[in-house]
Design a protein around this ligand. Structure first.
Ligand code: GLU
Length: 600
């Protein structure tokens, strides 16, 4: 049944913008940064004002959503280099207005041919490496997929060449952009790791310190790399000289003769080769789909667990009438559904999960079986056990549970819509903030540490772990770029960074918007909590203050300053677009529309 009221509701502009404006920053200067924009003719939302301005300019000049998304992503590679860039990977979800179909690109990094199940086991001790030990090494670097994702998206659905859309980003890299607190803080947080490499410290630690807030940051090497790609195509990375430099960096990390500060672990090289780069291919999987209260929710299939985990949790939540509940009753269901869905994700979802298992995880019958475990009057003891997605349903029984592993955060997300009704939701990453810490010498971009998203050692007891490393295998992701349709037309597009919290952030925004009567900007700004089948729920302080005391017994929380950095667009029934970004988290994002306020 179509949720008419939901889709046709006219949302008063005042409600949309109230309470979300951030004061104009005196310094650093740059394009304006607003978390909410309402209008028509296309919209862009990213975490960064420069990237949003570049995307908007492409739309204004007649480019479509794919052209603008790639131009904005390339700019984020310059202004958000610790979260994204051609050294990394990501997942691109596209709604095509003409065919009314949702397509996806899996541009996830791949394990090189030299990778094996024991890559992250220290041969000297037989124990898994510590996270940072694995991260700041060649072992963590997956074969990058971002550049090929851009090319493939443009080839299939764009109207501009890669050379055209790289131009503005190259200009930003050449001319520079203002350093804000987020940028300087991300360098400071990586100072010890960055300081070990001559290339990285030369770029990001001038004089041994992070660049000053308010100064102009330039990256001429990256400008040159983008121009080289513009001239000669993606082969310069996958078959040419930039690729050779990537391989050299992985095989012989550019360790500084005179490092800035010290690093507690040896910096290990690894065996990625030119053949690994040449063998890399993007994939075009069918999106996941779950129907939620009459809406169609499309997400990212494996190797991301985003689509299945968000979809399963929504299916579980559909068993409850969240609208008629109090906020705490609804949040209790949300937290429990997240835990149940994470138990299944951890047990079953990886790059090679059989299709029938994925189908079952997203089935309504399976969701019913899982939902019946939720006790309205108490939280389930965590971790909860995974279910058995075998197509038979045996009632409310739970088995023993297994271990949970958390991911970290260093990603970016963007949402774009154009005047023709095409929509892009795109999450891209180099994994941890700062990736593996190595700038490719002379090329101006950081390498990813995506392979640390594999489990270093089995986590599922006697059951098979679906996310162990392997040759050519892609590590499980949590990225969850999501497009929601109502009657085959776009209603919402949302996504976020945040490692494994991405799944709960996207889920919570959907619940807030669809079930809890919030506008999209409110749903995005609302305090977040992330229950990932752990003993305690990670939550922002405002969530704990607002909900913790009203929840049924059994929930415990650990406080964390902020979760995620989302972007989104809502498509109103009167044709206007509501572009939304974070008002506060990660320094606030930037939303913009082509034409302001509406046609009338
Ligand atoms: N590597 C993580 C993933 O693919 C993303 C990290 C992040 O969002 O910060 O799920």
């Amino acid at each position: 049944m179509r949720p008419r009221a939901l889709v046709t509701a006219t949302i008063a502009l005042a409600t949309l913008v109230a309470g979300t404006a951030i004061p104009a920053q005196a310094k650093p200067a740059g394009p304006p940064k607003e978390p909410v924009a309402v209008g028509y003719g296309g919209a862009v939302s990213t975490v960064d004002a420069t990237a949003t301005a570049v995307g908007l300019d492409v739309l204004r000049r007649g480019g479509n959503a794919v052209d603008a998304a790639v131009a904005a992503a390339a700019t984020l590679g310059v202004t958000e280099p610790f979260s994204a860039g051609i050294g990394g990977g990501g997942f691109f979800v596209y709604y095509d207005a003409k065919s009314r179909r949702v397509h996806t690109i899996d541009g996830r990094e791949a394990g090189p041919a030299s990778m094996s199940e024991t890559t992250f086991i220290d041969p000297a001790t037989g124990a898994p490496y510590r996270f940072d030990e694995a991260r700041i090494s060649g072992l963590s670097v997956g074969v990058p997929g971002t550049l090929l994702t851009w090319q493939d998206a443009l080839d299939r659905w764009g109207t501009r060449s890669l050379a055209q859309v790289l131009k503005p980003a190259a200009r930003v890299a050449e001319d520079g952009f203002p350093v804000d607190e987020t940028f300087a803080g991300q360098v400071a947080g990586n100072q010890a790791a960055f300081g070990q490499f001559s290339s990285t410290s030369a770029l990001y630690l001038p004089g041994g310190q992070p660049p000053a807030v308010g100064s102009t940051f330039r990256n001429p090497d990256l400008a040159e790399t983008y121009r080289l790609i513009a001239k000669r195509g993606t082969d310069v990375l996958y078959r040419g000289e930039v690729g050779r430099d990537v391989v050299a960096t992985v095989q012989h990390p550019p360790v500084a003769a005179d490092p800035v500060g010290s690093w507690p672990y040896p910096i290990r090289p690894a065996g990625m080769t030119a053949a690994d780069l040449a063998a890399y291919r993007t994939r075009f999987p069918e999106p996941t789909r779950s129907d939620y209260r009459g809406l169609e929710v499309y997400g990212m299939a494996t190797p991301s667990s985003g689509g299945t985990a968000v979809g399963e949790a929504l299916n579980i939540l559909e068993q409850f009438d969240l609208r008629s509940m109090t906020a705490t009753q609804a949040m209790h269901r949300y937290l429990e559904a997240s835990a149940l869905s994470f138990a299944d994700r951890n047990r079953y979802v990886g790059d090679h999960t059989p299709r029938n298992v994925l189908r079952e995880l997203l089935s309504d019958a399976y969701a019913k079986e899982r939902a019946c475990l939720i006790d309205p009057s108490a939280a389930l003891p965590k971790p909860v056990a995974p279910g058995v997605p075998d197509g038979t349903y045996g009632g409310c029984t739970a088995a023993a549970a297994a271990d949970v592993r958390d991911d970290r955060t260093g990603t970016t997300n963007l949402t774009v819509a154009d005047r023709w009704g095409n929509v892009v939701e795109y999450t891209l990453t180099i994994e941890a903030t700062g990736g593996n810490g190595m700038v490719v010498p002379g090329r101006g971009f950081l390498l990813n540490n995506e392979l640390t998203d594999f489990n270093f050692a089995p986590t599922q007891g006697t059951a098979t772990d679906p996310n162990l490393p392997g040759r050519g295998k892609r590590p499980r992701s949590s990225m969850a770029p999501t497009i929601v349709l109502a009657d085959g037309r776009p209603f919402l597009a949302v996504g976020s960074p945040g490692g494994a919290t991405i799944i709960t952030t996207v889920l919570q925004m959907l619940v807030n918007r669809i079930d809890r009567g919030m506008t999209l900007p409110q749903a995005l700004a609302a305090p977040r909590a992330s229950q990932r089948n752990g003993a305690s729920t990670q939550a922002e302080p405002a969530f704990i203050t607002g909900y913790a005391t009203g929840l049924p017994p059994g929930h415990t929380f650990s406080s964390t300053a902020e979760i995620g950095a989302a972007t989104g667009i809502e498509f109103l029934a009167d044709g206007r677009l509501v572009a939304a970004a974070e008002p506060v988290r990660r320094g606030g994002g930037a939303a913009a529309v082509v034409g302001r306020w509406g046609r009338d």
